[in-house]
Design a protein around this ligand. Structure first.
Ligand SMILES: [Ca+2]
Ligand SMILES: [Ca+2]
Ligand SMILES: [Zn+2]
Ligand SMILES: [Zn+2]
Length: 572
């Protein structure tokens, strides 16, 4: 006997509202074939980047409980295997557009008109910065893009739903309502500068998303893109926020790139795997390559209690339109691998990467590693080590396998096995790999041992392995990552700390590890005392967030159980 799929009315309604089930099936959802219903659930799960089980499981309930945009998703996994931005098909036939904030419903609102306009302006500039579009503010009902704050039914057939769920919607380019943006006035909108007061919904981010629709973009299933349908309240906008690559490719496909720096736009696919210029952003605190990495003299007496739990940031610097339970906390994590790639620093953790340019951490990260290297296995959960060879090929170690890429293109003949490189069968993973500037030779680390690797022979040299303590003094064993930075020095990472290795003294410059997130990510410094790298502070569960989740899920579960019960009665 098969287990039947029972889906609650709330879920049927959700699947219909956001384009996963045809409107006509809203009432007759239970009469659909089970496989059709499962397929629509899977499409939602794929769009939301959660496991495509076809069941209304906990992940799915959580996804459905997140606040989001009211525009339907267009799940189309049949035509296009690569999930990325989608162009709606309607576009403006001029690149000089006008916009206007209309205030007919502002009587009861506490929103500050001037600061609201400033946020809307900034949101439009995100799109202007990366395309040929320009936006002029006017005070007129005839502007191309009219912005309204609306409540409940407001005359366009898409009623708002009070606080929560749907935050806003917009109309694709065209006459009449085309291009207009409606915000649900009942949301606790938060303007720039109000970040301190509580858990509001960030207006700037939602506006930037909705303007994407106004310009002709549909939803993207790329979790860290602005056009991802779900809002992440856990965002941090302290740095300068920017479009993700995905959003940029989308807007440039419709309206062209701003200048020749971006090269010729072919109009049908992303041209550059490696953006030619970094987004502008302020250098994070503590970022100064000129300042030597040395331990600060201790001016305070050490205490025995680590203060990490009180000073830890609970937000990430990721793009706000993505949440992922696997997404690492930028300010509180160990690293799996670190490497210079094309003169930039890439830091790997789990499925994610951060990217650091000359001016520090790029906006929009961490991003999925498989977005850049989409020929890595889709099942990738982590990489063990990464390094860039002198011939600029990029080598990934994942478990017992070795992948080599030219840019993002896989080299033929890979993946190879660790044993193909002459490593013993007992080595089940590489901890770190790097080219040492001292002699331009490649080194591999695993556990207590290290090998010198002959790039010409593509094999480890004969008189290895050796004990790490012989040469890498002060680093210890079982390191997480190592790389040679642009200052020519080798950096070793373990836990949440790192050491700088001095080639002249052949030992670490700092006996105690320094805080990785402070130096590399620009996170606030925390007093780590002696715990860093030895006894790693553990992540405290975010109990407030969890109970909020539970409450939201319980509401849905309750309905689910009732419906399940009805289903079972019917089956008898
Ligand atoms: Ca709402
Ligand atoms: Ca590693
Ligand atoms: Zn949307
Ligand atoms: Zn509306």
């Amino acid at each position: 006997m098969s287990v039947h799929l029972c889906v609650g009315l709330v879920q049927i309604s959700y699947l219909t509202q956001f384009g996963y089930l045809p409107e006509a099936d809203r009432e007759t959802g239970f009469l659909r074939t089970e496989s059709q219903l499962r397929e629509s659930i899977k499409n939602l799960q794929r769009f939301g980047n959660i496991p495509a089980t076809g069941d209304i499981d906990d992940d799915t309930l959580e996804l459905m409980s997140r606040p989001r945009c009211g525009i339907q998703d267009i799940p189309n996994f049949y035509k296009r295997r690569r999930r990325r931005f989608a162009v709606h098909g309607q576009k403006w036939h001029t690149t000089n557009l006008s916009w206007s904030l209309r205030t007919k419903n502002f009587n009861n609102s506490s929103l500050d008109y001037g600061r609201l306009r400033a946020d809307l302006h900034r949101a439009l500039q995100l799109w202007a910065r990366h395309s040929r579009l320009t936006f002029a503010e006017v005070n007129s009902d005839n502007a191309d893009i009219l912005v309204y704050f609306e409540k409940g039914f407001h005359g366009d057939g898409y009623p708002f739903d009070g606080q929560g769920q749907v935050l806003a919607h917009a109309f694709f380019p065209g006459g009449g309502r085309g291009g207009d943006v409606h915000f649900d006035i009942e949301e606790p909108w938060q303007l720039t500068g109000d970040e301190e007061n509580g858990n509001g919904v960030n207006l700037f981010v939602v506006a930037a998303h909705e303007f994407g629709h106004s310009l002709g973009l549909s939803h993207s299933s790329v979790a860290d893109s602005l056009m991802y349908p779900w809002y992440n309240s856990n965002n941090d906008l302290s740095g300068e926020f920017d479009l993700s690559d995905d959003d940029r490719y989308g807007i440039q496909q419709i309206y062209g790139a701003k200048d020749r720096l971006w090269g010729k736009n072919t109009g049908d696919k992303p041209v550059h795997r490696w953006p030619l210029r970094p987004p502008t952003l302020a250098p994070p605190r503590g970022w100064d390559p000129q300042v030597p990495v040395t331990e600060k003299p201790r001016t305070t007496t050490t205490t025995t209690t680590p203060t990490t739990t009180t000073t830890r940031r609970t937000t990430t610097t990721a793009s706000p339109w993505g949440t992922d339970s696997e997404r690492p906390d930028t300010c509180n994590t160990a690293y799996d691998a670190v490497s210079i790639i094309r003169k930039e620093v890439y830091i790997f953790k789990g499925k994610y990467i951060w990217r650091l340019g000359n001016r520090g951490l790029y906006a929009g990260y961490p991003a999925l590693t498989t977005r850049l290297w989409n020929n890595l296995p889709a099942s990738l959960t982590r990489v063990d080590a990464v390094y860039e060879r002198l011939d600029k090929k990029i080598v990934f170690f994942i478990g017992r396998q070795v992948y080599v890429f030219h840019g993002t293109n896989p080299l033929e003949g890979y993946p190879k096995q660790l044993t193909d490189l002459g490593l013993p069968r007992s080595v089940d993973k590489i901890d770190a790999a790097m080219v040492w500037g001292y002699n331009s030779r490649t080194y591999l680390f695993s556990g207590t041992m290290y090998w010198k690797f002959d790039e010409d022979e593509q094999r480890v040299e004969l008189d290895y392995p050796r004990d790490m303590g012989n040469i890498w003094k002060g680093v210890g064993y079982n390191i997480d990552a190592a790389f040679q930075w642009k200052d020519g020095n080798v950096y070793f990472f373990k836990g949440k700390g790192f050491w700088k290795f001095n080639d002249r003294t052949m030992s670490v410059e700092n006996k105690k590890p320094l805080q990785s997130s402070h130096f590399w990510m620009g996170c606030p410094a925390i007093d780590l005392n002696d715990t860093l790298g030895n006894e790693i502070p553990t992540d405290e569960p975010d109990t407030v967030g969890q109970s909020a989740f539970l409450a939201a899920n319980l509401q849905n579960l309750l309905i689910c159980f009732i419906i399940s019960f009805v289903c079972r009665v019917y089956q008898r």
